[in-house]
Design a protein around this ligand. Structure first.
Ligand code: GH3
Ligand code: MG
Ligand code: MG
Ligand code: MG
Length: 313
């Protein structure tokens, strides 16, 4: 039995989350037909701790964006095959790229055209030539702000996992990536069993500890590329790329076994909890969109509850 649970350590406050955002410098995707210039921008941004990727092939841009997952796109407006504004319009068609900040960088000095570019999907406009320090500062400030906003929007205050709408977006993004890579994607829905009676017997604060304990366990036991979200009160969702339904079931069963063994104490009593889980995977059937994949996991979770709880279906 794991008997000591470090509660204060598990409850991450929002301000800690924002501090974490400050420590992470972010990823910038650079799109410019002038290779030397793009490499120079990359060096400037790398020098202030920002990770970069330069786009080599415009045709592959969606694939590259989905694989690099940048926090911001720095884009030239005039390129031989496409214009930056056209490209921005294409990117905005993708659910998972809708909110990605796009900053245009161009020698275009015409204010009217700059405003038009912004209307077509850019978030900001920088003019070339630009001093290295100005570029670094402008991008750093933009990145920091958008990361802070994202943390506030996406992170759940109690568990530090991502929230309902954000984990659904992750599922949509990963389904798009899985379709491109041909690798399976699995989604798991978990719901703590008889949680109402935990609240009723031991109080809401103890209930919160149980929720946080499971969240911590989920975070620790998934891979770096996996994502865990708090889907609702005592409901969680895992998004597992490059993972078959069999592997997802195994992982979830291991987590269930570990969670069952956690001993909680309240009102001078020790108690344990379990959860039920449902797995759905593109390795079993194909799903036209992430909502359908999530619905399938939800149906499997319902079956697990019906079959007696404390199991993975
Ligand atoms: P089942 O095994 O069928 O899932 O039973 P259950 O009692 O877990 O299911 P139900 O969905 O009816 O109850 C969930 C409860 O979780 C109801 C709600 O009061 C409680 N809850 C939701 N969010 C929180 C929270 O943030 N903290 C605490 N302590 N309780 C919460
Ligand atoms: Mg150009
Ligand atoms: Mg529930
Ligand atoms: Mg429940």
């Amino acid at each position: 039995f794991v008997s000591s649970i470090d509660v204060p350590n598990m409850i991450a406050t929002l301000s800690e989350l924002v501090e974490q955002a400050n420590g992470y410098h972010g990823r910038v995707f650079i799109v410019d037909d002038d290779r030397l210039l793009a490499e120079h921008y990359a060096l400037v941004l790398n020098s202030v701790g920002i990770e970069t990727r330069i786009m080599q092939n415009v045709r592959n841009i969606v694939h590259e964006l989905l694989s690099f997952q940048p926090d911001l796109v720095l884009m030239d407006i005039y390129m031989p095959d496409y214009s930056g504004t056209e490209l921005a319009g294409v990117l905005r068609q993708y659910q998972s790229l809708k909110r990605l900040p796009i900053v245009f960088l161009s020698s275009e000095a015409n204010k009217f055209l700059q405003i038009k570019a912004m209307a077509q999907g850019a978030d900001d406009f920088l003019t070339k030539p630009i001093a290295d320090a100005e570029l670094a500062q402008a991008i750093k400030v933009r990145l920091r702000r958008s990361l802070q906003i994202r943390q506030l929007i996406e992170k759940d205050g109690l568990t530090a996992l991502i929230k309902h709408s954000a984990i659904k977006e992750v599922a949509a993004l990963e389904l798009e990536r899985a379709e491109r890579s041909g690798k399976p994607l699995s989604v798991v829905m978990l719901d703590i069993d008889f949680f109402k009676s935990v609240n009723d017997r031991y109080g809401h604060a103890t209930g919160d500890i149980v929720i946080t304990a499971l969240a911590t366990m989920l975070r620790k036991r998934i891979r770096k590329t996996d994502k865990a979200g708090r889907y609702g009160g005592e409901e969680f969702m895992l998004v597992l790329p490059d993972c078959s339904s069999e592997q997802a079931r195994q992982l979830t069963a291991q987590i269930l076994q570990a969670f069952r063994q956690l001993q909680f104490s309240a009102a001078e009593q020790l108690f344990q909890c379990s959860f039920s889980a449902g797995v759905a995977s593109t390795s079993d059937s194909s799903y036209a969109n992430a909502d359908l994949l999530i619905a399938a996991a939800d149906t499997a979770l319902y079956q697990a509850k019906q079959a007696g709880r404390d199991r993975v279906c």
